[in-house]
Design a protein around this ligand. Structure first.
Ligand code: GFP
Ligand code: GFP
Length: 832
C-alpha cells in the first residue's frame, strides 16, 4: 500500500477525463505524438482512429475503475454472463453514443482536420460470433451496463473472428479475419492475470492431511495459461462501465526439460506453440454441432479460467461458502459453458473440501441456462472417451452427478426405464455420449427459452421429460431483445433524431416503451413525409453499399425486400429465391404494358454466411447469385426486379441494411427459429416483416398488430404431421413450384446439376423444411405486400405504428427480467 504521506500526490494527479472539445483535442494530439509516435506530418485516418479511440478509452477506463471499485467496496452480487461468442461489431461509435459525446468528438476531429465518418470506417468489426446467439450476448452486456447491473461477460479472445466471405463466380469463398492486425485500442491486456489451466493426466486418491479422509485428486498432464484481456463496456445515460473479460491462451514458461535434455529442443518448443492454437479461431458453425477435440479444449479453457477468477473474487470477501449463490449468478449462454457446472463442483469438493451435497446445492443455486434451439443437430454431445482423456476428473464428477440425479428420478418414478434413459446425462449409444443440455438443466435452477413459442416448445419436445421430473416452474421464458443504442441511434441517426424531436429528447433510448408516444403523430402528414424521407435516404445509402459490393445499380424507389442472416435450410433462403424465380417467370409471361400495374419494382437483397462445410447452404448462395446474374442483365426487366447478394454480411453492414429495408423476410419453418433478433432490428427501423408464425414473430405481431405484418405458412403444431405425410410419400408440389423447378432444371440459371440436390431435397427426400407446403401461401403473402406497398401513405402509417409498439423488444427489458426472475440481482449506480 502507498504510505499515507504519499497519497496527496496521487490524488492531485489522479487520472482526469476530458469533458469538452479542447480537452478531447489535447488528448488526441498527445496520443498521436506519444502513444502512436506519429505527428502532424503523418497522421492518416488510421492514426486518427487510433488516437480518437485511445482518448475515448482513457475516459472509459476512469469510469471503469470507479465502477469496479464501487462494486468491490459495496460487496454486491454480480452476474457473470458466460458466452463463447460476443459479436460486438465496432466499438468507437457505440462508445461515443453511450457517453453522449458524439457531437463533441465530431467537432473536435473536424477542427483537427478529419471527418468523424471516415475515422469510424477504419475500425474493423470485432466479429467474435456466428450470428444471433453472439449478437444477443453483445446486446445484453450493453444493457447490463445501461441498467447499472454489476455484471461481467466472460468469453474467448479469438485471434480470428468469423471468416470473411468473398463471392467468387457466385460461390462463397472463405478468408481469415485477422481483426487484430493493427492492434486493438478497445482492449486492456492484463498480462499480470495469468491463470494456469490443466488438461489430460490422470486421477488418484489421496488422504487429506487435515481431515484424514481420502479424496480424489486430478494430476494434470498439460498446462496452458489463460491471459485476461478486458473490454470496458459503457452504459448509456450512466457513468457505470462494466467489464467483458476475454481469455487468450499462452504457453507456460515451463517446458519439457526431459525432451530438451534428450536433444529434442525443437519439439519441446513446438508443443508450447500449440498452446496458442486454443484461442486462435472461432468455430464457424451456427445451429450445428461437431464434436471436435479442440472445441472441447476451448470450452474447458474458458470455463476454468473464468471460474477461477470468479471464485478468487468471492474468496476475497471472506464469506462462508454457502453465501456463494448470494454473491454470484452465472448464466450459461447455450450449453457451450456447461463444463462450468462440473468445474465448480470440482473446485468446491476436491479443492475446498466441501461435502458433495453442500457443494451441489451451491452449484445449482448459482447457474441458469439459456437454450437457443430445439433442433437435434444443434445439441452438444461429447463422446465419453474424448471427454475422459481430456478431463479425467471431470468425467468422474459427471458420472457422480448423473448417479445422484438418476437415483432421485428413480425414487420419484420407480422403474420408469424409458424416463431414466431419456433424462440421463449419458447417452447409451455407440460410442457413449455426454449430453450437455441434460447436464445444464440438472446443474441449473432455471432454464429459459428465448421467445414465448420457443419456451413452450422446449417444454413439450426436447425437455418434456425434465418437466415431468422437476415440474414446469424450473422452465421459464425471456423473450430476446436488442439494444436501441446500436440498432436505432447508431444505425439510423436520422430516424432517431426525428423520434427525439417528437418525444422530447433521447430519453426513449433507455426507456423504449416511450416510443408509444409516436402513435399520436400518425395522422400528421408532415410527420409522415419526414418519416418517409428518412427511409428513402437510408435506402439510398443501402443502394450505395449494394453498388460498391456487388456492382449492381438499384433504384431506391423500388421495394427493398431483404433477407440477411446465416444461410441455413431452416431459415429457408431457398423459399425466398424460389419465390424470386417465380416472380421473374411471371414478369416475363406478362405483356410489357401490364407489368408495371401488376408488379411493384423490387430489389431482392440477400446476405449471410454459410458454414464452410455446409454444402446445401453454399448451393443456395450460388443459386441466388446465378439468378441475380440472369435477372439483373435482362433488358426486358430493368428496374422491375433486381437480385443481389451482399457479400460478407456482418454487424457493420447490418447497421446499413436494417434501416434501408421496406420489407424483411423471417420465414423459417414454424417451430425452428427459436426467436430471431434481426426481425426486431428491422421493425425498429421502420421496415415491415413477411414471416412465418415462428419465434419472436409471434410476439412482434401481438405488439404491432396483425395489420402491420405479413404472416403466412403452416403453424408449428402442424409441422410433425406434414413431415409424416411426406415420409409416407404423400407430398404435393404445387404447380407454381414445379414451374420454378422446371426453369432451374432447364438450365435457365446456369448448370442445373449444381442445384439438383437442392430440388431433390424438396421433391424426393421428405422436404424436411416444408418448402412445398408453404410455397403458395408465401406467394399469396408477397402479392399482398405488392398491393399494400402501392398505398404509400398507408405503408408509412404501418411503419410508424410498428415502431411505436416496439418498446417491448429492448434488451433492457430482457435484462430486467433475467435480473428479477433468474439472477436475483439489483442495480447499483455510482452517483457522480
Ligand atoms: C480488483 C480490485 C478492484 C479493482 C479491480 C480492477 O478486482 O478494486 O477495481 O481489480 O483493477 F479489487 P477483482 O478482479 O479482484 O474483483
Ligand atoms: C440462435 C437462435 C435464434 C435466436 C438467437 C438468440 O441464433 O433464433 O434469436 O440464438 O437467442 F437460432 P443463431 O446463433 O443460430 O443465429
Amino acid at each position: 500500500a502507498i504510505p499515507l504521506k504519499c497519497r496527496e500526490i496521487w490524488k492531485r494527479y489522479g487520472a482526469n477525463e476530458f469533458s469538452d472539445v479542447d480537452g478531447f483535442e489535447s488528448q488526441f494530439v498527445k496520443h498521436v505524438e506519444t502513444t502512436l509516435a506519429r505527428s502532424i506530418y503523418n497522421c492518416d485516418n488510421l492514426a486518427a482512429y487510433q488516437a480518437t479511440s485511445n482518448s475515448i478509452r482513457d475516459k472509459l477506463i476512469v469510469h471503469w475503475n470507479k465502477t469496479q471499485h464501487l462494486h468491490t467496496a459495496k460487496d454486491v452480487k454480480r452476474i457473470y454472463y458466460l458466452s463463447l461468442e460476443f459479436l460486438m461489431g465496432r466499438a468507437l461509435d457505440n462508445a461515443l453514443i453511450n457517453l453522449e459525446i458524439r457531437d463533441l468528438a465530431a467537432t473536435a476531429v473536424d477542427e483537427l482536420g478529419f471527418r468523424l465518418e471516415d475515422i469510424l470506417e477504419v475500425e474493423p468489426d470485432a466479429a467474435l460470433g456466428n450470428g444471433g446467439l453472439g449478437r444477443l450476448a453483445a446486446c445484453f452486456i450493453d444493457s447490463l451496463s445501461t441498467g447499472n447491473y454489476p455484471g461481467w461477460g466472460y468469453g474467448l479472445r479469438y485471434q480470428y473472428g468469423i471468416f470473411s466471405q468473398k463471392i467468387v463466380d457466385g460461390y462463397q469463398a472463405e478468408a481469415p479475419d485477422y481483426w487484430l492486425r493493427f492492434s486493438n485500442p478497445w482492449e486492456l491486456p492484463r498480462l499480470e492475470i495469468q491463470i494456469p489451466v490443466d488438461f489430460y493426466g490422470y486421477t488418484t486418491t489421496v488422504k487429506d492431511p487435515q481431515t484424514g479422509k481420502s479424496k480424489k485428486q486430478w494430476n494434470g498432464g498439460e498446462q496452458i495459461l489463460a491471459v485476461a484481456y478486458d473490454f470496458p463496456i459503457p452504459g448509456y445515460g450512466t457513468s457505470n462501465v462494466n467489464n467483458l473479460r476475454m481469455w487468450s491462451s499462452k504457453p507456460t514458461t515451463e517446458f519439457d526439460f526431459q525432451k530438451f535434455n534428450e536433444g529434442d529442443y525443437q519439439d519441446s518448443l513446438a508443443q508450447q506453440q500449440r498452446a496458442e492454437s486454443i484461442t486462435a479461431v472461432l468455430y464457424p458453425n451456427d445451429n450445428f454441432y461437431k464434436g471436435k477435440e479442440l472445441r472441447l479444449k476451448q470450452q474447458y479453457f474458458w470455463v476454468a479460467a473464468s471460474l477461477h477468477d470468479i471464485v478468487r473474487r468471492f474468496i476475497k470477501t471472506k464469506r462462508p461458502w454457502d453465501q456463494f449463490p448470494d454473491q454470484v449468478a452465472i448464466q450459461l449462454n447455450d450449453t457451450h459453458p456447461t463444463l462450468a457446472v462440473v468445474e465448480l463442483q470440482r473446485i468446491l469438493t476436491d479443492l475446498q473440501g466441501l461435502e458433495w451435497d453442500v457443494a451441489w446445492s451451491i452449484v445449482q443455486r448459482t447457474f441458469g441456462y439459456t437454450n437457443h434451439t430445439v433442433m437435434a443437430e444443434a445439441l452438444e454431445k461429447w463422446p465419453v472417451d474424448l471427454f475422459g482423456t481430456l478431463l479425467p476428473r471431470h468425467l468422474e464428477i459427471v458420472y457422480d452427478i448423473n448417479l445422484a440425479f438418476l437415483q432421485m428420478v428413480e425414487k420419484k418414478f420407480p422403474n420408469d426405464r424409458g424416463l431414466l434413459s431419456s433424462v440421463s446425462v449419458i447417452e447409451e449409444s455407440q460410442p457413449k455420449n455426454i449430453r450437455m443440455a441434460n447436464l445444464a438443466i440438472i446443474g441449473s435452477h432455471r432454464v429459459n427459452g428465448v421467445a414465448e413459442l420457443h419456451s413452450q416448445l422446449i417444454k413439450q419436445t426436447i425437455f418434456s421429460d425434465f418437466v415431468k421430473v422437476y415440474g414446469s416452474d424450473k422452465f421459464t421464458n425471456v423473450t430476446n431483445g436488442i439494444t436501441p443504442r446500436r440498432w436505432l441511434r447508431q444505425a439510423n441517426p436520422g430516424l432517431a433524431a426525428l423520434i427525439a424531436s417528437k418525444l422530447g429528447g433521447y430519453g426513449y433510448l433507455n426507456d423504449l416503451n416511450k416510443l408509444k408516444g409516436l402513435e399520436q403523430f400518425v395522422e400528421d402528414p408532415g410527420f409522415r413525409a419526414e418519416w418517409a424521407a428518412i427511409k428513402t435516404a437510408n435506402k439510398t445509402k443501402l443502394a450505395a453499399l449494394i453498388a460498391s459490393t456487388t456492382g449492381v445499380t438499384v433504384n431506391p424507389n423500388s421495394l427493398f425486400d431483404v433477407q440477411v442472416k446465416r444461410i441455413h435450410e431452416y431459415k429457408r433462403q431457398q423459399l425466398n429465391i424460389f419465390g424470386v424465380i417465380w416472380r421473374y417467370l411471371q414478369l416475363k409471361a406478362t405483356p410489357k404494358a401490364e407489368r408495371t400495374t401488376k408488379f411493384v419494382p423490387k430489389v431482392s437483397i440477400f446476405g449471410g454466411k454459410a458454414a464452410p462445410g455446409y454444402y446445401t447452404a453454399k448451393t443456395i448462395i450460388k443459386l441466388v447469385n446465378s439468378v441475380g446474374s440472369v435477372v439483373n442483365s435482362d433488358p426486358e426487366i430493368g428496374d422491375l426486379l433486381k437480385v443481389v447478394f451482399i457479400p460478407d454480411y456482418n454487424v457493420s453492414k447490418a447497421e446499413v441494411i436494417c434501416p434501408g429495408s421496406d420489407l424483411s423476410e423471417h420465414i423459417s419453418t414454424a417451430g425452428t427459429e427459436a426467436s430471431g433478433t434481426s426481425n426486431m432490428k428491422f421493425v425498429l427501423n421502420g421496415g415491415l416483416i413477411i414471416g412465418t408464425v415462428d419465434g419472436a414473430n409471434v410476439e412482434i405481431t401481438r405488439e404491432v398488430g396483425e395489420d402491420n405484418i405479413f404472416l403466412f405458412g403452416n403453424l408449428a403444431e402442424d409441422v410433425e404431421d406434414l413431415r409424416h405425410e411426406h415420409h409416407m410419400g404423400r407430398s404435393h408440389i404445387p404447380d407454381s413450384l414445379v414451374q420454378v423447378f422446371d426453369a432451374i432444371s432447364s438450365g435457365q440459371f446456369g448448370t442445373p446439376d449444381e442445384f439438383q440436390s437442392l430440388l431433390d431435397g424438396v421433391r424426393f427426400h421428405g422436404d424436411h423444411y416444408l418448402v412445398s407446403d408453404d410455397f403458395e401461401s408465401y406467394l399469396e403473402a408477397q402479392k399482398l405486400v405488392d398491393e399494400e406497398f402501392r398505398k404509400k401513405e398507408d405503408w408509412v402509417r404501418k411503419s410508424i405504428i410498428s415502431v411505436a409498439n416496439m418498446g417491448f423488444f429492448s434488451s433492457d427489458r430482457c435484462i430486467e427480467e433475467y435480473a428479477e426472475n433468474i439472477w436475483n440481482i439489483e442495480p447499483l449506480e455510482e452517483k457522480v
